[in-house]
Ligand binder design. Structure first.
Ligand code: FAD
Length: 534
């Protein structure tokens, strides 16, 4: 997953207009002091939650004299459940990563009451099952709030753009991950996947990509439902994955030194056999040699080369190890193979049957090596192909020029969005993947959110407020949002509502294993029904 630059050439031009726009933005002389400040954050993933956390503590800091005296922060989430990819992306066998939820829960629970709709109260409120662009528009939000922070992540896919990509059995890793993690958007994959993976021990799956998401998918496929019973993997995936897929091949067009995966995820693959999952790990010495160009050697010696050096060592050791003859399943990590075509299955040409890959070699300077075609081809039979070449952000309806379509990010500078029509309402900011692109771990969103919060504070701690603050015609913040959603009969899930869903998911009667943390509800209707029943 490469990180597209958030600030493009057009962004740089826009940033040149920053002074002008700021001056326009703060043309009112309304003092902020003694005013209530309403903030909406769109998205409750790590970036939305860290933004809420750091903004809340900054606004509550009595030492910052020129800040508003009261504030409310509303986290608006399209699902009834919070925390974004922590719930629906992080692998089920990585429970330690999900413990960050505790920190996020405190953001809501530190509140002085969420059940009241009074926007005069301090605190952070959850407004789940509310999708911006469906239940309320961005324009409406900007009229309701003083500050709107867009933290809605990246929810579409980069495409390979090769023939056969639309065949059945070519699925994005994003959807596959969402499916095994119980994202309501992806539950309907159960039927096609059961067909594609019927009798999984005899099936071959290819995962195209060289990042941690690709390695997560390979591990989940190899462990199978049986190896993941004690995790929070969704119940519908257990019978489909069964005892694990017979052969998983992870492939990428560059070499092992350029791979985007980290050593933790790689080590987990190499240890599957030792841990009793019956999976042998295969990597080819000739492909490691081929990738070890002079430029790759220099990359390993460079400032950022140390972690790559450890990966090189681990892969070399794995290539030299004899494979466990008792292991019935195999994971292969292949390098310098560029998929050029998905070939239809001979029995049913609506399905994928194999992938043609072109052997590549590396060319270019250290840090800039690219895959160069060689004209040699290899065909890899496959029953299911997962494309894991990166998530991509989408614009919200009506966003216009502030969205960079080719890079899938919002044009911004340090989280501040310039160029939106300032006369229509709130100051606009962004945070997380939709701000910087789909790269980085959960922790990366901390500094990212702090940067956005710093931009907000810099703006609101000037002694004049944005022009709309305090204007009577605006029905401010939470009160206004709740009134609109009530009128539209949107079934909003607030924090106490989510806690009911959470308790139902953790209830022992719903669990299959004593160590299983929760059984996720996977349909929005079921979540809302559970709320009404409790
Ligand atoms: P997201 O987490 O995607 O959150 C965005 C939120 O916005 C979602 O809740 C979404 O439902 C909501 N939303 C979207 N559109 C709307 C709308 N229109 N209206 C209202 N709400 C909306 N990092 C680690 O540190 N460790 C790991 O093990 C790890 N594993 C990962 C595994 C996968 C498969 C992936 C994809 C990522 C993983 N990461 C991991 C990275 C980490 O998940 C991201 O850094 C982080 O989730 C990005 O946060 P975000 O808030 O920008 O986006």
């Amino acid at each position: 997953m490469s990180a597209p630059k958030a600030l493009t050439a057009r962004g740089a031009i826009l940033s040149g207009c920053k002074r002008l726009l700021s001056a326009r933005h703060y043309s009112s002389s309304t003092p902020l002091l003694d005013r209530h400040l309403s903030v909406a954050i769109v998205g409750s993933g790590p970036s939305g939650m860290y933004t809420a956390k750091y903004l809340q503590s900054a606004l509550a800091n009595p030492k910052l004299a020129s800040l508003p005296s009261t504030h409310s922060i509303d986290v608006i989430e399209r699902l009834p459940t919070p925390f974004g990819l922590v719930r629906s992306g992080v692998a089920p066998d990585h429970p330690e990563v999900k413990s960050v939820e505790k920190d996020f829960r405190e953001v809501f629970e530190r509140n002085i009451g969420d059940s009241s709709s009074s926007s005069r109260q301090l605190g952070v409120a959850f407004r789940g099952n509310v999708e911006v662009g469906r239940d309320i528009s961005l324009v409406e939000l900007r009229r309701l709030y003083d500050i709107v922070v867009l933290a809605y992540g990246c929810d579409s896919d980069r495409r390979l753009g090769i023939p056969g990509e639309n065949l059945q059995g070519v699925v994005s890793a994003r959807e596959f991950v969402g499916w095994y993690n119980g994202h309501p958007r992806d539950v309907d994959l159960t039927e096609p996947l059961s067909e594609l993976l019927s009798n999984p021990a005899e099936k071959s799956v290819s995962v195209i990509g060289q990042g941690n998401v690709a390695l997560d998918c390979a591990r989940v496929l190899a462990k199978g439902g049986e190896g993941l019973r004690s995790t929070d993997i969704s119940a519908h995936s257990l019978p489909v994955l069964g005892g694990g897929v017979g052969k998983v091949t992870v492939l990428g067009r560059r070499g092992h030194v350029q791979g985007a995966f980290t050593i933790k995820e790689l080590r987990e693959l190499t240890k599957l056999s030792k841990e009793g999952h019956g999976v042998s790990f295969h990597v080819r010495e000739d492909e490691l040699d081929l990738g070890m160009t002079d430029s790759s050697r220099q990359e390993l010696e460079g400032r950022l080369g140390r972690p790559k050096g450890r990966i090189n060592k681990l892969l070399r050791a794995a290539a030299a190890v004899a494979h466990d003859p008792k292991a019935a399943k195999e994971v292969h990590l292949r390098f310098l193979l560029n998929p050029v075509e998905f070939v239809p299955d001979t029995a049913d040409p609506t399905f994928v049957g194999s992938i043609i890959c072109e052997r590549t070699r590396l060319g270019g300077d250290p840090g800039k090596q690219s895959a160069v075609a060689t004209g040699e081809y290899e065909t890899i039979p496959t029953h299911l192909a997962l494309t894991s070449i990166g998530y991509k952000g989408k614009a919200l309806p009506g966003m216009g020029d502030i969205f960079n379509e080719s890079e899938g990010v919002i044009v911004n500078q340090n989280g501040q969005i310039y160029g939106a029509d300032e006369s229509t309402g709130a100051g606009l900011y962004c945070s997380g993947w939709i701000k910087r692109g789909p790269s980085g771990i959960i922790g990366t969103n901390i500094s990212d959110a702090k940067e956005t919060v710093a931009s907000i504070l810099r703006d609101i701690s000037t002694d004049v407020a944005p022009p709309h603050i305090g204007r009577e015609q605006y029905n401010h913040g939470r009160e206004g949002l709740d009134a609109i959603l009530k009128e539209r009969e949107t079934q909003v899930v607030d924090w106490p509502g989510y806690i009911k869903i959470d308790l139902a998911e953790k209830s022992a009667s719903n669990l299959r294993h004593e160590d299983q943390p929760r059984e996720k509800m996977t349909r929005v209707e079921d979540m809302l029904a559970a709320l009404r029943a409790l």
